[in-house]
Design a protein around this ligand. Structure first.
Ligand SMILES: NC(=O)c1ccc[n+]([C@@H]2O[C@H](COP(=O)([O-])OP(=O)(O)OC[C@H]3O[C@@H](n4cnc5c(N)ncnc54)[C@H](O)[C@@H]3O)[C@@H](O)[C@H]2O)c1
Length: 256
């Protein structure tokens, strides 16, 4: 099937859809025919994304929704709202919501550590669980859950002990989910971006960006769309024999 139509009639949920990588994922999935639920803690950003999605392909209907992925109550409400509107759960889910609260290990507060774990790790667990439960309950024949980890989860990063732990955690979560959910036809995979230009990395000092770029074999930062392309592959049947995998999208940074 041509990439341009391979997600026609697929209902997809993208958390963190209001910005950066999540927004690019929403755009890419919509451009391939999916109906997209743009979910974000920021209503304004989610609506902004909704406004730029392609919607002229067969049966497409997108929606924006507010969700805090660290709250089980909020996610339960979201999945219920989706099922009320579309009469089905999403068969594709991309966990892209994430935050940083950087500090050195010696000075990081317990609150900084907990919040990043709550959003990045617990949030991915809660969303994955809710979507998988809904898919299994309705007897859907297949599903694909993609979680955005980070290369930092593999190699660590100065000032990001909380973030690196959360991103290492989502890989273990994803591999376990992949093992448990394969018998229901649900695949679970991670994408591990390196340094991608988004509002998240806009916060990084120019000096650090220049140093990081010099370490990237491809010599530049990545674009959100380059991560989105891989998410769309993992969402689609083109990756039908891939589960429990982590695909690095790093321009070669920290390879091997
Ligand atoms: N930018 C990079 O270089 C990079 C590298 C590796 C991994 N990542 C990961 O990619 C994902 C997207 O990052 P980005 O760079 O696009 O960042 P971003 O800040 O541009 O987007 C993150 C989005 O998540 C939303 N969000 C934050 N907390 C939320 C919550 N509790 N519930 C729901 N939504 C919430 C934000 O409102 C925002 O719209 C994150 O998981 C991030 O850790 C980014």
């Amino acid at each position: 099937m041509a990439a341009a139509t391979r997600l026609i009639s697929r209902l997809t949920l993208v958390t963190g859809g209001g910005s950066g990588i999540g927004r690019a994922v929403c755009q890419r999935l919509a451009s391939e025919g999916a109906s997209v639920v743009v979910a974000d803690i920021s209503e304004e950003s989610a609506n902004e994304t909704l406004g730029i999605l392609r919607s002229d392909l067969k049966g497409q209907g997108h929606m924006a929704a507010v969700v805090d992925v660290s709250s089980k109550e909020s996610i339960t409400k979201l999945v219920t709202n989706i099922q009320t509107r579309y009469f089905q759960p999403p068969s594709v889910c991309v966990n892209a919501a994430g935050i940083t609260q950087d500090d050195f290990l010696l000075s990081m507060t317990e609150e900084q550590f907990d919040r990043v774990i709550q959003v990045n790790l617990k949030g991915s667990f809660l969303v994955t669980q809710a979507v998988a439960q809904a898919l299994v309950a309705c007897g859907a024949p297949k599903g694909s859950i993609v979680t955005v980890g980070s290369i930092v989860g593999k190699v660590g990063n100065i000032g990001q002990v909380n973030y690196a732990a959360s991103k290492a955690g989502v890989e273990g979560l994803t591999r376990t989910a992949a093992k448990e959910l394969s018998r229901f036809g649900i695949r679970c995979n991670c994408v591990l971006p390196g340094f991608i230009s988004t509002p998240m990395t806009d916060k990084v000092p120019e000096k650090v960006i220049t140093k990081m770029k010099s370490l990237v074999p491809m010599g530049r930062m990545g674009e959100s769309a380059e991560v989105a392309d891989v998410c769309a592959f993992l969402a689609s049947d083109d990756s039908r024999y891939i589960t429990g995998a982590s695909i690095e999208v790093t321009g070669g940074l920290f390879m091997g």
